[in-house]
Design a binder for this molecule. Structure first.
Ligand code: HEC
Ligand code: HEC
Length: 235
């Protein structure tokens, strides 16, 4: 993970200020604002403010998705030392409440001007994989699960637009190296393991250039059956 130390220091300072309130008030009935101050120090209220950012946006993501990720950090299916440290002692109820808070935030996406040094051929491969997949290699189109507008699908499939390129590439790399998991059946891990590093570069480069649509809310439901069974889609 690469970051400018200045941003990290500012985040850690804010975290140190917010953390005592956060830890001391660990019951679901307490006011939520002090609890999420620590989160906002890193993630921002609206998410990425620059194209070079790494922290993923939380606002407006499907509640089930956010909850699953928090539980995954806590239970060792997903790794990031800061995140694991923050959530390790939190109950399901507490995490569900935090997930609900961020899911309900309806904020515009910041304008991020992305530039790319990817070639036209790379961008074209990225677009093809996202929109059509690669049947010969058993890779379903990303839009089949992430929604035609790529804004995610309720209750637990995340958007692929509005994420920094670096973050996208890092997550896709984590499936390739078997470092990110969901509860089984883990459909995204199955898809992720089939992508080569060239595919990852292509997909992340193309996705990061896509504008976030005016209506960035996740779709209410899949319009066609999922190409693979997913724990994220079972109720
Ligand atoms: C010190 C910085 C930091 C703090 C504080 C922090 N996060 Fe994170 N968070 C990260 C990073 C970095 C990632 C990406 C981890 C990865 O590479 O998988 C992340 C990832 C996440 C994700 C997964 C997002 C996605 O799109 O999959 C969720 C959900 C999340 N954080 C929620 C929270 C919540 C809730 C809090 C407050 C309790 C919080 N974070 C506090 C740094 C932080
Ligand atoms: C069969 C359904 C399915 C298909 C097809 C699929 N995904 Fe996913 N994807 C998911 C699910 C479910 C998750 C949430 C995984 C979790 O909870 O950890 C996810 C998560 C992700 C994330 C993490 C986002 C974040 O905020 O951390 C990325 C990136 C991603 N998918 C990229 C892709 C790309 C690129 C493709 C196409 C090559 C693709 N997905 C195809 C179901 C799918």
């Amino acid at each position: 993970m690469t970051q400018t130390p200045k941003i990290l220091l500012a985040a850690l300072r804010a975290l140190a200020l917010a953390l005592p309130a956060f830890a001391a008030n660990a019951t679901p009935s307490d006011a939520i604002e002090p609890r999420v101050a620590a989160c906002i120090a890193c993630h921002g209220r609206e998410g990425a403010a620059s194209a070079a950012a790494y922290f993923p946006r939380l606002a407006g993501k499907p509640a089930g998705y956010l909850f699953n990720q928090l539980v995954s950090f806590r239970d060792g299916r997903r790794f990031n030392s800061d995140m694991v440290h923050l959530v390790q002692h939190m109950s399901d109820d507490y995490l569900r409440e935090i997930a609900g808070y961020f899911a309900a935030l309806d904020l515009p996406y910041p304008r991020v001007s992305e530039r790319t040094d990817a070639s036209a051929a790379t961008l074209s491969l990225g677009r093809t994989l996202v929109q059509q997949g690669d049947a010969a290699r058993g890779i379903p189109a990303c839009v089949q699960c992430h929604g035609a507008a790529l804004t995610g699908v309720q209750p637990a499939v995340p958007a692929l637009v509005g994420l920094p390129r670096l973050y996208l590439a890092s997550q896709l790399g984590a499936w390739l190296t078997d470092d990110r998991h969901a509860l089984p059946p883990d459909c995204m891990a199955q898809v992720g393991r089939k992508l080569t590093t060239a595919d990852i570069n292509a997909v992340a480069s193309w996705l990061a250039l896509q504008p976030v649509p005016a209506d960035a809310r996740p779709a209410a439901a899949l319009t066609q059956p999922s190409p693979l069974p997913c724990s994220a889609m079972a109720n």
